[in-house]
Ligand binder design. Structure first.
Ligand code: HPA
Length: 238
């Protein structure tokens, strides 16, 4: 069994898959947090690993950047690999002045400027939302970890270098942060009848112009990973 983008065996993935954008971060998570991690996919260098965390099988695979990329990988995991839960672990730019660098955002909903949902032919706007059981579990894990976090809406944009729109306008409607993947992930989960959640670390701020240095991006993600992994463990026990 394989797909055009994934050469893993049919039963190679655990029920919960963590998805960072960056393949090297997938490798870092597998090596740092998982026991007995095995490489299960490496098509196009999009590394996927399965191992265990506190005795629970967990997988991690990169999503690549942007909605077309996570659209492909999450569709295949949900439909062809029988994955139940995908937790995106990524970075985001703050739109809200209330967020500081390194804060976490648990994305309850994902607004978008993309046309991704058009494919479903619904004739209206389907609100891309997180699965409540994943969100509730992650909120509990974030509280236990003493994390500085916010729960709310984010914006999944098709453009990083936006030449026309004032992204900060979204902040006037309570949107907290911008990234490029979650709306497609949430829509795919809705279509598949599966669960998805995004947890993001604030790596830069469109409000203040500050940004984390690249080396700090890696270390500040540790708390986010532990919350995502703890969520995976608790979901397996439900
Ligand atoms: N824009 C889009 N995606 C991002 C950003 C941003 O400013 N920061 C981290 N991911």
């Amino acid at each position: 069994m394989s797909t055009p983008h994934n050469s893993a065996a049919e039963s190679a993935f655990a029920k919960t898959v963590l998805m960072p954008g960056d393949p090297l971060r997938a490798q870092f998570i597998a090596r740092t947090f998982l026991t007995d991690a095995q490489l299960v996919n490496n098509v196009r260098g999009v590394q996927g690993y399965t191992g265990s965390y506190k005795g629970t099988p967990v997988s991690v695979m990169a999503s690549g950047m942007g909605m077309p990329a996570i659209g492909i990988y999450s569709h295949e995991l949900f439909h062809f690999y029988d994955v139940d839960n995908i937790i995106r672990v990524g970075s985001a730019g703050a739109i809200s002045p209330k967020l500081k660098l390194r804060d976490l955002v648990l994305a309850q909903g994902a607004c978008t400027d993309s046309n991704y949902a058009h494919q479903f032919g619904l004739g209206g706007t389907l609100a891309p939302i997180a699965d409540f059981s994943l969100l509730e579990t992650a909120v509990g894990a974030a509280r236990s970890a003493g994390a500085s976090f916010a729960v709310g809406n984010i914006l999944s944009s098709d453009v990083f270098y936006n030449q026309a729109a004032d992204t900060l306008n979204w902040g006037r409607y309570g949107v907290l942060a911008i990234e490029m993947e979650s709306a497609a992930l949430y829509l795919n989960a809705a279509q598949a009848g599966k669960r998805a959640l995004t947890i993001c670390t604030i790596s830069d701020s469109l409000v203040s112009g500050e940004a984390l240095p690249p080396e700090e991006r890696e270390t500040s993600f540790t708390q986010m990973m532990e919350i995502a992994l703890e969520t995976a463990v608790q979901m397996a026990a439900k």
